[in-house]
Design a protein around this ligand. Structure first.
Ligand code: NAD
Length: 393
């Protein structure tokens, strides 16, 4: 593998199998893998100018993360406004408040994590966040910023007329897949590059993986574009196998998986949050969950505060898609249902049901951060070294 850094592809010609770089070089390929990911949506796209203020932070890449940490470090005891109540909003709000910054979250929906959480699940997390001092302003969006003479944001103005003082603003309002190089050349569906079960795009010499790919989720018989690291890793692995070991590689059979860890909380979700919802467990304690039942089958499972075995059980149960006839009984059985169902031998042949490799015990966090920093430093050092010696073609 030759790694070519510092090079932007300006256009692609999938018919000729070539890429044109910003410096005018042409790269020919036999097979192309599109792993362009997605970009953070900017407030400007909603008509709100931030004038590139240094204290307005996004979180998509390492540079964003470094900037966010720098601004956070200068804001102890001051005010943060978090725009968006999704993954970035919830995870950053927790980090900000842990770092002794006063946090107000603003988002347009009636509750946080609206893409996944039910009102009951959201209420648990919102109450927990409130107990940590986080304030919520829901059902509105920001309309403009106030700036000081140095161009720093000093306040956020909301559409409902209120003004929030702000020393740091964190924006997490979703992403857009980076498909533009291929629009008009490859089929686009659900905002992503449409691929088949072997991650192959509408031109068979092109593959797409991760956030930018819309692939068939076998379990549901439908195409989905999933925004998650687990899907990115596994789709990449399958695409490479499909290219390198064509005969040995079957179709991608992915069980959608999402997780998040904030404060001492930790949840996992498998499947799809569609259909009727059955909540179970102790919503006033620290272990609870929910099942989604669609057209008489279990299609989604959520669990907060589980053990590795329990998370494995909800994953297995969701993959098995058992028939559910009695929602009241399912509610009574609660987690026990998944534990029982998952004991049965799986009918499918998918080897990746287990989530065990991804369940990290809490004390590992510090280690993870350290490993992350070492890894980032190593990549930067390698990039520098490689940039100096890199061969042109
Ligand atoms: P998201 O889609 O999870 O949430 C977007 C949020 O912004 C929603 O609450 C939405 O209502 C709100 N919003 C949209 N427009 C708004 C506006 N004009 N004003 C205020 N709020 C607005 O996206 P995200 O939180 O930005 O995350 C970005 C990506 O990163 C996603 O793909 C996400 O899946 C991924 N991510 C995942 C994890 C995880 O899996 N644990 C963690 C971090 C990020």
């Amino acid at each position: 593998i030759e790694l070519v850094l510092g090079t932007r592809v300006m256009s692609a010609d999938v018919r000729r199998k070539t890429l044109l770089t910003a410096t005018g070089e042409t790269i020919s390929y036999k097979i192309l893998i599109i792993a362009t990911g997605a970009r953070a949506l900017k407030l400007e796209e909603f008509g709100v100018g931030s004038q590139d203020a240094e204290n307005v932070c996004y979180l998509r890449d390492l540079a964003d993360a470094n900037r966010l940490v720098n601004v956070m470090q200068s804001c102890t005891g001051e005010n943060a406004v978090v725009i968006g109540g999704g993954y970035i909003g919830m995870e950053c709000a927790a980090s900000l408040v842990i770092n002794k910054i006063n946090v107000t979250m603003v988002f347009p929906e009636a509750h946080c994590m609206a893409r996944l959480f039910t009102p009951k699940i959201a209420s648990y997390y919102e109450e927990y966040y409130k107990s940590k001092g986080v304030k919520f302003i829901k059902g509105t969006v920001l309309s403009s910023f106030d700036f000081d003479s140095k161009g720093k944001v000093t306040a956020v103005n909301l559409r409902d007329g209120s003004k929030l003082p702000a020393d740091i603003v964190v924006v997490g309002i979703g992403i857009r897949p980076n498909t533009s190089l291929f629009e008009g050349q490859l089929t686009i569906e659900k905002g992503g590059i449409k691929v088949n079960g072997r991650l192959q795009a509408s031109n068979s010499f092109v593959y797409a993986v991760g956030d930018v790919a819309s692939f068939p989720v076998k379990l549901f018989g439908e195409t989905r574009r999933l925004e998650h690291v687990d899907s990115a890793r596994k789709s990449a692995k399958l695409a490479v196998a499909a290219i390198m070991e064509q005969e040995k590689t079957g179709e991608f059979d992915y069980l959608p998986f999402f997780y998040s860890r904030v404060f001492t909380l930790s949840w996992q979700f498998y499947g799809e949050p569609v259909g009727e919802v059955v909540h179970f467990g102790d919503y006033s304690g620290n272990m609870f969950g929910a099942y989604w039942v669609n057209k008489g089958h279990l299609v989604g499972s959520f669990l907060e505060g589980g053990t590795k075995e329990e998370y494995d059980a909800i994953a297995n149960a969701t993959r098995l898609k058992p028939v559910i006839k009695d929602l009241a009984k399912l509610e009574t059985q609660g987690l026990g249902f998944a534990m029982t169902v998952s004991q049965k031998p799986p009918s499918g042949s998918h080897p990746e049901v287990s989530s065990s490799a991804l369940v990290l015990e809490k004390p590992v966090y510090g280690l993870q951060a350290t490993v992350g920093v070492i890894l980032a430093a190593s990549i930067a050092a390698f990039a520098y070294w490689y940039g100096r010696r890199r061969r042109r073609w």
